[in-house]
Design a protein around this ligand. Structure first.
Ligand code: DAT
Length: 171
């Protein structure tokens, strides 16, 4: 494998898509948004009435991505992380955003009361960070602040450096 696979995870609205797309462009990697992938391929196994959204068919998502992940150089973006094979990723970043900022971002995205509250709680209880910590070796799980454009720039620089180092070490 010539290029590493990277997982970007965290509560909806923390900035995974923004970071992932820019990172892919700068580093010549492939960006995969699992939510979009599922929508395009209708990779669902039912409908969640409480949350008013389709339920991801995790097995089919894994089947769909397996070959690509085997080649390396993929940045995966999803607001969950416990169902991916652990072996897929060389590093995992959990993006974190302060509640007040996240609230504004989700509100301007049009999230209504319950969905808004649930996602803010998800961030307060660091649900995704704990999910990542339970699913991957602690050495490869890193939290990144994602509050400001400066944070975004710093994250891009740091991850770009890490990718270059990985390429030097593995080629
Ligand atoms: P996600 O993919 O995690 O749902 P996103 O990339 O769509 O999040 O970002 C949500 C909104 O927040 C979007 O309007 C862009 C903005 N944003 C992302 N990262 C940011 C940052 N570091 N500073 C300020 N705004 C940011």
């Amino acid at each position: 494998m010539k290029h590493p696979n990277i997982l970007l995870t965290g509560t909806p609205g923390v900035g995974k898509t923004t970071l992932g797309k820019e990172l892919a462009e700068r580093c010549g990697l492939t960006y995969v948004n699992v939510g979009e992938l599922a929508k395009e391929g209708t990779l669902y196994e039912g409908y969640d009435e409480e949350y008013d959204c389709p339920i991801l068919d995790e097995d089919r998502v894994i089947d769909e991505l397996e070959d690509k992940m085997g080649e390396g150089g993929v940045i995966v973006d999803y607001h969950g992380c416990d169902f991916f094979p652990e072996r897929w990723f060389h590093i995992v970043f959990v993006l974190r955003t302060d509640n007040s900022l996240l609230y504004e971002r989700l509100q301007s995205r049009g999230y209504k009361a319950k969905k808004l509250q649930d996602n803010i709680q998800c961030e307060i209880f660091q649900t995704i960070y704990e999910e990542a910590a339970e699913s991957y070796r602690s050495e490869i799980v890193h939290q990144l602040p994602s509050n400001t454009p400066e944070d975004l720039e710093r994250n891009l620089d740091q991850i770009t450096q890490w990718i270059e180092q990985w390429r030097n070490d593995n080629n």
